[in-house]
Ligand binder design. Structure first.
Ligand SMILES: *[C@@H]1O[C@H](CO)[C@@H](O)[C@H](O)[C@H]1NC(C)=O
Length: 373
């Protein structure tokens, strides 16, 4: 975009008759504007997304989850977990819960070897645990027991670990944090193919707008991530995310944070869990992130968008960009180790370096999505 702008400007300047006319000035203007847009791409994205947000609409216009027959598998029982005192001892400010499938040992190890090793960031403690369900294969179950004993960082809920049960995994995870980790001011839910960046998140929370406290000094609600706007329920019966009108009648879901990575403050977690517990689980279960969004909506919590959460498309590697992003999706275990080592052992990037790198990697991610679709 910028490249082409410069190129056409050069060719204009080359022509004799065009000197200091309207065209060159226009070219310089356009190129300058493109450069500025590139440097402030995240602010533009934030502005555009915030404008598009529905805000809080109460009442039947959005439709709620309708009660359906579903056995009460409130998964509040844990087969494996670290000591119930793990949070009392570690006193984390931020707890990161990584949802992972039993067979993804390599992903878990890559996370332990990289960002989960950040135990103290900007003077605050961080604890990372993994959330799994029950594997179909008993051998895998035994391997999990061994892994839990060795690392002490697995929480296992009492439900089949299947794609269709991801929502149960999230409920189990929220329930565990609510019961066993009241010390944590914030909980982050992160998928195991996400390169998460605790220092970038804590930097964001330190400088957060909106403020993280209510005017009377109480912690405020926060539901932070990449916000998906006006998503329509999938009415195609053969689809993986099929949502029949009997289960959800609204035309669009309330705005919600992408499930790849999102953050909840403690008060938001408590309100959201209450709302989720009051909702009979529909069948089929909605996607995990949609369910969290619906519960947040029912609890009166509005999501906050941050351009530093990557959401869906893969973000091409850039050192300064990866230093700044809070979450990057679609990262393989080997890449995670390589990217983390490169981005986080080198000195911090300059302001301009970060701005330019963020701009370039966002534009490349966008182009990748356009070409891919
Ligand atoms: C979810 O887990 C429950 C409890 O283990 C099980 O009965 C059910 O079949 C699972 N659902 C799916 C869609 O896998």
């Amino acid at each position: 975009m910028v490249g082409r702008g410069l190129w056409s400007c050069k060719s204009r300047f080359g022509k004799r008759n065009g000197r200091f006319g309207v065209m060159p000035a226009l070219c310089v203007g356009i190129t300058g504007a493109s450069l500025l847009a590139l440097l402030f791409i995240d602010s533009i994205e934030l502005w555009a997304t915030s404008r598009g947000m529905t805000g809080f609409v109460k009442g039947p216009t959005q439709g709620g989850l309708l009660p359906q027959s579903m056995p009460p598998t409130r998964p509040e029982e844990y087969l494996l977990m670290p000591s119930p005192l793990v949070c009392q001892r570690a006193k984390p400010y931020l707890i990161i819960m990584v949802t992972t499938a039993p067979s993804n040992q390599r992903a878990r190890q890559a996370i332990r070897d990289t960002w989960a090793g950040e135990l103290e960031v900007r003077g605050k403690r961080v604890l990372t645990l993994f959330m799994v369900g029950m594997p179909a294969n008993p051998t895998m179950g035994k391997l999990l027991v061994v892994e839990a004993r060795e690392h002490g960082d697995l929480v296992q809920g009492r439900f089949q670990d299947t794609y269709g049960n991801l929502t149960l995994k999230t409920l189990a995870m929220l329930g565990w944090v609510r019961r066993f980790c009241s010390q944590a001011r914030f909980v982050a839910k992160v998928d195991d193919d996400v390169l998460f960046n605790p220092p970038a998140l804590l930097r964001f929370l330190d400088h957060s707008q909106p403020p993280l406290q209510t005017p009377d000094g109480q912690p405020a609600d926060l539901y932070l991530g990449r916000v998906h706007l006006h998503v329509r329920p999938d009415r195609n019966p053969s689809s993986k995310h099929f949502m029949p009108t009997q289960a959800y009648a609204g035309a669009v879901f309330p705005d919600y944070c992408s499930g790849t990575a999102y953050v909840l403050s403690r008060p938001a977690l408590l309100k959201l869990s209450l709302a989720a517990a009051a909702t009979p689980l529909p069948h089929p279960l909605p996607p995990e992130d949609v369910f969290v969004g619906l519960s947040a909506h029912a609890a009166g919590i509005i999501p906050t968008h941050s351009p530093l959460f990557s959401g869906g498309p893969a973000v091409p590697y850039g050192r300064c960009c990866y230093q700044a992003m809070v979450s990057v999706h679609h990262v393989m275990p080997s890449e995670m180790v390589r990217f983390w080592a490169d981005a986080h052992t080198s000195p911090p990037c300059s302001w301009l370096g970060t701005r330019a790198s963020l701009g370039v990697c966002k534009v490349r991610a966008l182009l990748g999505t356009l070409i891919g679709s």
